[in-house]
Design a protein around this ligand. Structure first.
Ligand SMILES: CC(C)(COP(=O)(O)OP(=O)(O)OC[C@H]1O[C@@H](n2cnc3c(N)ncnc32)[C@H](O)[C@@H]1OP(=O)(O)O)[C@@H](O)C(=O)NCCC(=O)NCCS
Length: 143
């Protein structure tokens, strides 16, 4: 499986896909990272932003925020196109991400999953993550 790093020019496509993925929504208003934020994230050297392409089309991606002072990584978004699911793509992504996090000396990785999102819960359980307590999502837009 040829997992690639995302490129700055992929930001617009990732933005479009992200807005359409129901599982990424945290409230009634559709919200996803802007193209500018995605470009900065892709160009940041500490973070991990990867994808799988088929005929130059993005068919899967993962965005991981890496915070060096706390030695913590956050799985922000992972998506596999419906026709590519159940073939182990997300497990390959997680393997690669964990390997890169270890190289960066990151000690802790966590992610938020919707209560109804059983596929994602099963995916993380299969990858050895522990299921913790339930929380509400509270947010506030600042600009
Ligand atoms: C969650 C998601 C990324 C899984 O991707 P995937 O490539 O299909 O997952 P894999 O094929 O690597 O499956 C890994 C494991 O997850 C579990 N799993 C994945 N999809 C599942 C499903 N629909 N039902 C039950 N278990 C599932 C299985 O345990 C599987 O292991 P197995 O194949 O050994 O049984 C994909 O369904 C997706 O993009 N969903 C929409 C977006 C989303 O919810 N993202 C995560 C929240 S940010």
């Amino acid at each position: 499986m040829n997992i690639e790093n995302l490129k700055k020019e992929d930001a617009s496509e990732i933005h479009k896909i992200g807005l359409r993925v129901n599982e990424f929504q945290t409230s009634e208003k559709p919200l996803f990272w802007s193209k500018d934020v995605l470009e900065a994230w892709i160009e940041s050297k500490n973070d991990i932003t990867i994808c799988l392409k088929e005929k130059e089309e993005i068919v899967a991606f993962a965005l991981v925020a890496v915070h060096l002072p706390t030695s913590k990584a956050t799985f922000e978004n992972m998506w596999v196109a419906p026709e590519h699911r159940a073939k182990g793509v997300s497990q390959e992504f997680i393997k690669k991400i964990i390997e890169e996090l270890k190289n960066k000396n990151i000690g802790y990785v966590a992610g938020m999953v919707g209560l109804q999102n059983t596929a994602s819960q099963a995916m993380l359980t299969a990858a050895g993550f522990q299921k913790g307590k339930e929380f509400y999502w509270f947010d506030k837009t600042l600009k």
